[in-house]
Design a protein around this ligand. Structure first.
Ligand code: LLP
Length: 430
């Protein structure tokens, strides 16, 4: 007799157990692991489209553009889903620009963020005809001006301002505080805008801010909003028109019972303030990353060994900090669940760790699991900042990726090979 379908996993409505086996949409993770090996990233296309739809609902009837912050997951198969859905993109390097252009993104919907754009990247972006440079320093304004003049172009610019608000998140992913390297200080902003407006190679089109990531409350957004709108008033009073206002990204997801506001509810609240202050007709841009892909993805990994320790038991899996860097980097929590519910024996508390030679190589601590060698585990909420931050540390090949839509699974990244890794290396000679 087949078991009924269990409720979806928290935060991941498209990941559920059907009978014994975990599925993404209608595709079994065990079957995918058998076909493609592990570690394997599997994404639900529907989750991504639902995430985008929540933002679109929030902006219904408005002049608004969702620019997916592709640093969250820049795999071509993911970008293509968003490009086809009409999204714009927030990029931070020439490499990201090459990626989005490869999936046919519309250049005018691309905005270029980041504190350290090179002249080469500026030329590349001007040649592509991107929509806007989000400039982060006064020196960058001068360099962009020079590059644009030399290319016979006018670069469209927005200045990223640092509103000095606390996003109440992990310090490594707070970006809008005074001590952060990002943006131009609120107090300097008007001066920077006057300077930008005086440069022949620049055309001022907007203002932007981004205060941090994995934000789970509305209040930091509301604080930043007031600060940005105060500046819009001051800048426009100085005779510099701002065509758009960009509020960045940052909305969190449910990793471990987190309860961020839904995108549409958050924007309802923010738009009420924007309307109240008389900016309701202004073009709005946002740059969400994590909230567009984070809970679309899981990483399937195989248990290699279990090892009882004096203080702890270890469950050694074939995914590691090079595949899933967030726990090592930010002490981040990802739920870990068995792919098959057929566990035999007794559940024990384990630290789930990878094969990399570092004590920091852990994926989950003190997890109650009923596992033995050969079992598959799914690391949840692995759609954002996992594959895009993966490395080859310990000369490990990067994982494969599969995109699921309904009952269809498409390989969107082949597993890397050692030949791939060695391709650009030269051992030299004596
Ligand atoms: N816009 C700018 C200018 C950004 O710097 C970022 C993220 C975003 C948008 C998108 O933020 P999101 O909506 O994804 O929160 N690796 C870290 C997160 C780093 C975020 C960097 N900037 C993590 O795994 O938590």
């Amino acid at each position: 007799m087949s078991n009924p379908t269990s409720p979806p996993l928290p935060g991941q409505p498209h990941v559920a157990r059907h009978g014994d086996l975990l599925q993404v949409e209608q595709v079994s993770l065990e079957a995918l692991a058998r076909e493609h090996g592990t570690p394997l990233f599997v994404y639900s296309k529907q989750w991504m489209l639902d995430a985008l739809a929540a933002y679109q609902r929030g902006f219904e009837g408005r002049d608004a553009l969702v620019c997916y912050a592709m640093k969250a997951n820049s795999s071509l198969g993911i970008l293509r889903v968003f490009a086809k859905a009409g999204c714009g993109f927030d990029i931070v390097s020439g490499g990201e620009l090459a990626r989005v252009l490869a999936v046919g993104a519309e250049p005018s919907k691309i905005i270029f963020s980041g504190v350290g754009k090179t002249r080469g990247e500026m030329r590349q972006a001007l040649a592509a005809g991107i929509g806007c440079f989000n400039v982060e320093s006064e020196e960058e304004l001068d360099v962009l001006n020079e590059v644009a003049v030399a290319e016979g172009q006018r670069a469209k610019v927005s200045i990223r301002i640092n509103p000095n608000v606390d996003p109440k998140t992990h310090p490594y992913i707070s970006t809008g505080l005074k001590g952060n390297k990002f943006g131009i200080a609120h107090d300097r902003a008007l001066h920077a805008y006057r300077h930008a407006a005086s440069l022949p190679g620049l055309q001022v089109v907007g203002i932007d801010c981004h205060i941090g990531s994995q934000i789970t409350e509305a209040s930091p957004y509301l604080d930043a909003l007031e600060r940005v709108l105060d500046l819009v008033e001051a800048i426009e009073a100085a005779g510099i028109a701002l065509h758009h206002i960009d509020f960045g990204g940052g909305l969190g997801i449910d990793y471990n019972g987190d309860t961020p506001p839904a995108a549409d509810a958050l924007w309802k609240q923010l738009l009420a303030r924007i309307d109240a202050r008389g900016f309701g007709g202004r073009k709005l841009i946002i740059e969400p990353g994590r909230s567009m892909v984070g809970n679309a993805g899981v990483c399937v990994t195989e248990v290699l060994y279990t090892k009882p320790g004096e203080d702890k038991n270890f469950c050694i899996v074939d995914a590691a900090m090079n595949d899933l860097p967030r726990p090592a980097m930010y002490q981040a929590f990802h739920r870990i669940v068995p792919v098959s519910a057929r566990g035999q024996g007794e559940a024990q508390t384990y630290d789930v760790v990878g094969p990399v030679c570092e004590s920091g190589d852990w994926i989950g601590r003190d997890r109650l699991l009923n596992v033995r060698s050969g079992d598959l585990l799914a690391v949840l909420s692995a759609g954002a900042y996992c594959m895009s931050m993966a490395s080859n540390y310990n000369t490990r090949n990067r994982a494969a990726e599969v995109l699921v839509s309904g009952d269809r699974a498409t390989l969107i990244r082949r597993r890397e090979t050692f030949e791939d890794q060695l391709r650009n290396e030269l051992a030299g000679s004596d």
